[in-house]
Design a protein. Structure first.
Length: 509
């Protein structure tokens, strides 16, 4: 028999990949749940994107929220099965590699990694939407009236946040988990209270969601066309739940904890986020106010109008906390993905990127590198904010494509009778059982449909000139093409678990 190194737990799922444990396994149930919730970030996403959905399709755009939930729940259920079997760092990368092939795994990892770095840059920009509302002193550059005051100040605030998330992640997962859990606890309480107060101040009933209110009139595709555009606001929010599994190597009892954390994160985000969005529309003093559909107004504008006295300010502070933990979670997930790919020597300078600090038990070099790259991407926002918007939009598409590279091969394995493994049900781990095939099909169809909707060339979303309008195809093509060029020329010849991270076989008996 083969004797495994004692550092690998039989319940970790790592033995299937031949990895030895090198990270700090200290994350509990709530911290695992918090990781998924903070990446989705109810307050960050809803407050950052509400204006876009409302501007595009009015109050009825809210129907996209349950539609996106159903689609993403199907994806999440597939991920839950995988998390019950393989709760390892860089989950999407390792899952697609195991279910598909080396090239599929590498492509999904590359898309997910580049998208995560851009997403980090996009999330920290949300500080500009909130901090100057709290105190004018946060408008450090100019007074906001200059042509580039808003964008440049957003970059400065965002860079400060990236320095913070880099530092926390470099200091170890325990500190990150503690801050993240505390922030999520505050965010959840604030989100529930915001929903309750908005509901208490409702001035109209739910019938407001059953009318187009004139939106889409005269536009190509009518209201359906407007609704498909508006649905991007929901699609941009409800993802990232796989983070709970990506931290699996640092989670206690990961094969049981991670699947539950994924489900709870999706459900909590849907219920609480949906309540905020619905009651905000019902409580808005004037739905014809153009500020509601403006990036300078939006959901923050409604909250400021409805909340009395200092209450609105308190909740804006909670939104800033939500942005902070969301940034922290996105940075953390990107670090684990970098580490996972580097451990397989699937990135340049793999040995350095996969090195774990002996004291903090965390990959420090990826934390710094991702922080620097995200800050550099931020600079694009100063003079070319439209290009930055295009980049952040296609980052979401790349994540949906990476998810498809998991659910697609998984469906193929189901048709071949090779999934789910029998040991899941036998061991009492999560499995969808007889519903697995149907749910998996829904997940794949949903992924293809949403990626197509997200990528569709629309001037209303991506602007002009043509290379922005077609940006989803052009920029993703360039990013994936550049990655595959490296893979074809050098990567495929060297990929393989680094000796420093491989389980040592002491001998056969």
């Amino acid at each position: 028999m083969v004797v495994k190194e004692s550092g690998v737990s039989d319940d970790s799922g790592m033995e299937d990949f031949g990895y030895k444990e090198s990270l700090d396994r200290s994350i509990g149930k709530f911290a695992s749940f918090a990781a998924g919730v903070s990446y989705i970030s109810i307050l960050t996403g809803t407050f950052q994107l509400f204006y876009f959905g409302f501007h595009s399709a009015g109050p009825a755009y809210l129907w996209s929220w349950p539609i996106v939930f159903v689609g993403q729940l199907a994806v999440a259920l597939c991920f839950m099965e995988l998390a019950a079997r393989y709760p390892v760092a860089g989950s999407v990368y390792n899952w697609s590699k195991s279910l598909g092939s080396r090239i599929v795994g590498w492509s999904s990892g590359w898309l997910m990694l580049t998208a995560s770095i851009v997403t980090l840059a996009a999330v920290v920009l949300a500080l500009q939407l909130n901090l100057p509302r709290l105190w004018s002193g946060f408008q450090i550059i100019g007074d906001g009236s200059g042509e580039y005051d808003y964008a440049t100040n957003a970059v400065l605030l965002g860079t400060i946040m990236i320095v913070f998330t880099t530092t926390i992640n470099a200091l170890g997962v325990r500190l990150m988990a503690m801050i993240n859990s505390a922030g999520v606890f505050i965010e959840l309480i604030a989100a529930v209270l915001i929903a309750i107060i908005l509901a208490a101040n409702a001035t109209r009933g739910p019938q407001v969601f059953f009318s187009t209110h004139g939106y889409g009139a005269g536009a190509s595709g009518g209201y359906l066309g407007a609704f498909l555009v508006a649905s991007l606001a929901s699609g941009y929010v409800m993802y990232g739940f796989d983070t709970a599994s990506s931290l699996g190597e640092e989670t206690v009892e990961p094969r049981r904890t991670a699947p539950k954390a994924i489900l709870r994160a999706v459900l909590a985000s849907f219920v609480i986020g949906g309540a905020i969005l619905a009651f905000a529309v019902m409580a808005a003093p004037d739905l014809d106010d153009p500020q509601i559909g403006s990036s300078s107004g939006g959901l923050q504008y409604i909250v400021e109008q409805v909340m009395w006295g200092p209450l609105g300010t308190i909740f804006l502070c909670c939104i800033v906390i939500a942005v902070t933990v969301c940034s922290l979670a996105v940075h953390t997930a990107a670090i684990r993905l970098t580490f996972a790919m580097a451990r397989d020597n699937a990135l340049p300078f793999g040995e350095k990127l996969a090195r774990v600090h002996p004291k903090t038990q965390t990959p420090v070099v990826p934390a710094i590198l991702i922080g620097v790259l995200a800050a550099l991407i931020l600079v694009v926002n100063i003079g070319q904010p439209k290009i930055f918007t295009v980049l952040t939009s296609i980052a979401i598409i790349m994540i949906y494509l990476a998810y498809l590279m998991v659910t697609g091969p998984m469906l193929k394995k189901r048709f071949q009778g090779q999934w789910p493994p029998k040991e899941l049900a036998a061991g009492g781990y999560f499995t969808m059982g007889r519903w697995g095939m149907l749910v998996n099909i829904i997940a794949v169809v949903w992924g293809v449909g949403m990626a197509t909707n997200l990528a569709w060339p629309r001037e209303s979303v991506y602007g002009t000139p043509w290379y922005n309008t077609w940006g989803a195809f052009i920029y993703i093509g360039v990013i994936l093409g550049a990655g595959l060029a490296w893979y074809g020329i050098k990567g495929r010849k060297r990929i393989g678990t680094l000796a420093s991270h491989a389980v040592e076989v002491r001998g056969n008996v």
